[in-house]
Design a protein around this ligand. Structure first.
Ligand SMILES: NC(=O)c1ccc[n+]([C@@H]2O[C@H](COP(=O)([O-])OP(=O)(O)OC[C@H]3O[C@@H](n4cnc5c(N)ncnc54)[C@H](O)[C@@H]3O)[C@@H](O)[C@H]2O)c1
Length: 424
């Protein structure tokens, strides 16, 4: 088994490639103990970070201000690094197939600068085999070095949950896996420096890749289950939130809530698993059924809400981001809901103080309100941002308006006579 050059080194220099939701907090955390260079191909993103602004909302100006981080978009600036950590996006394409293009280009770039003895660790969510069979091969062919002998691979999936203040990078167990024991131990020490050595060593790289992809797939399937029962109970006139509260008193009942599944992880990662399953000759059933159910929720909800509204009702949708308390609008299923409502000929306004107005217009063609004025025939609580809990929906509704509380933000609210309440 080959040893890595940096396994004996106390203070390896680290390059983190891809400074988004995952890469930036990691780079900043590692920079407390190591010499870290953050690399991103997006110069605008680098400018913002240099100016002390993180548009993902994960890091404050203070945190960025004190971070000892070098920033660059020039590959030659990271050529001397010993450890490369790659955290670039892994979305799906229009056919819901894995789009590995960012991973491939980042691997090519690292392959062009890395040296003998380098370790290259991937944090991006992938299907089992990508690190070794796709990225490892690219690194080899570009660098002319041999994987497992001249350079070494590792995989350490990221589990951070943007907007979640209780599961921060320094508080959660980190899975690591290296191509050999020396690399694994190096990664254990480096990542352990960030989270009080709360490290789990996976059996091997494929196991670590598989563990990450099923974590998110499991959530998708569980949410699909509650979404399906929510549609059934709605038809039966039973409140799903009440049912879940009652069932939740059993010790082993799993706490999942109905809603729209968007974003770049839970709604995407099952397709990565489905892809490798099909490649292996297995047709996945439950994975894709879960995806279908969750993807259909926007139109199912739009039709249900439409059933309560008369023609041309003005509807206010609260929230456009893919989940609560984040500015991230990627793969937002609320945007689909808005489109569905518009197709049904309703006039729809959208308010989301966390989302970027320009980006929302550019990506979805939706103009966000600066502020809420006037009253509406219906309000749809689509994303449970904390600050929406302080809104008095009755004050924004016509006297016979509808409060469609998809996420149960206002469960139990007292509404004036005439105002209708509907939730799953
Ligand atoms: N965001 C999350 O909650 C989360 C959690 C766990 C895992 N992940 C996974 O982590 C990975 C990264 O996700 P993210 O949310 O941080 O993405 P992101 O879009 O927030 O950030 C990715 C960054 O990588 C940069 N980039 C893209 N291609 C590049 C390249 N070739 N070279 C250099 N920089 C490049 C982009 O400019 C961007 O700044 C994905 O695989 C995702 O599935 C994300």
């Amino acid at each position: 088994m080959g040893a890595s050059k940096i396994s004996d080194s106390k203070m390896p220099s680290i390059a983190v490639i891809g400074l988004g939701y995952v890469g930036l907090p990691l780079a900043v955390a590692l920079a407390s103990n190591y010499k870290v260079t953050g690399f991103d191909k997006d110069q605008g993103r680098l400018r913002e970070i240099k100016a002390g602004f993180d548009n993902t909302g994960e890091l404050s100006r203070t945190q960025l201000g004190i971070a000892r981080l070098n920033l660059t978009c020039d590959p030659s600036d990271i050529a001397d690094n010993e450890l490369f950590i790659i955290a670039v996006p892994t979305p799906v394409d229009q056919d819901a197939k894995p789009d590995l293009s960012s991973l491939i280009s980042a691997s090519k770039m690292v392959g062009s600068v890395m040296r003998r003895g380098s370790i290259v660790v991937f944090e991006s969510t992938v299907y089992p085999g990508v690190t070794e069979d796709v990225c490892g091969n690219i690194l080899s062919s570009v660098s002319g070095l041999v994987s497992g002998k001249d350079f070494f691979l590792g995989y350490s999936p990221e589990r951070i949950n943007p907007g979640d203040q209780t599961h921060r990078i320094d508080q959660i167990t980190k899975i690591v896996s290296g191509q050999n024991d020396a690399v694994t131990n190096t990664l254990k020490a480096i990542y352990g420096s960030v989270n009080g050595n709360n490290i789990y060593i996976a059996a091997d790289i494929r196991t670590a890749e598989a563990a990450k992809v099923i974590e998110n797939t499991q959530r998708d399937i569980n949410i699909a289950f509650v979404n399906e029962i929510a549609l059934i109970f709605d038809r039966l006139g039973i409140s799903t939130h009440d049912v879940l509260e009652a069932a939740g008193t059993k010790w082993n009942f799993l706490d999942f809530r109905p809603g729209l599944v968007g974003g770049h992880c839970i709604g995407v990662d099952p397709y990565y698993l489905a892809h490798i399953a099909e490649d292996a000759g297995i047709t996945p059933e439950i994975l894709l059924a879960g995806r279908r159910i969750n993807d259909r929720m926007s139109s199912a909800l739009a039709k249900r809400i439409a059933g309560f509204c008369s023609a041309k009702t003005r509807i206010l949708v609260l929230g456009i981001t893919f989940k609560e308390n984040v500015p991230d609008i990627r793969n937002s299923k609320v945007a689909d809901l808005v489109k569905e409502l518009e197709k049904l000929d309703f006039e729809v306004d959208v308010y989301d103080p966390l989302a970027n107005t320009l980006e929302t217009k550019e990506v979805y063609g939706i103009s966000l309100l600066d502020q809420i004025t006037g009253t509406y025939g219906a309000i749809v609580g689509a994303v449970p941002h904390s600050e929406f809990r302080d809104i008095d929906p009755a004050g924004l509704l016509h006297s016979d308006g509808l409060l469609a509380d998809i996420k149960g933000i206002w469960r139990g609210i007292q509404l004036p006579d005439g105002v209708r309440y509907w939730s799953l």
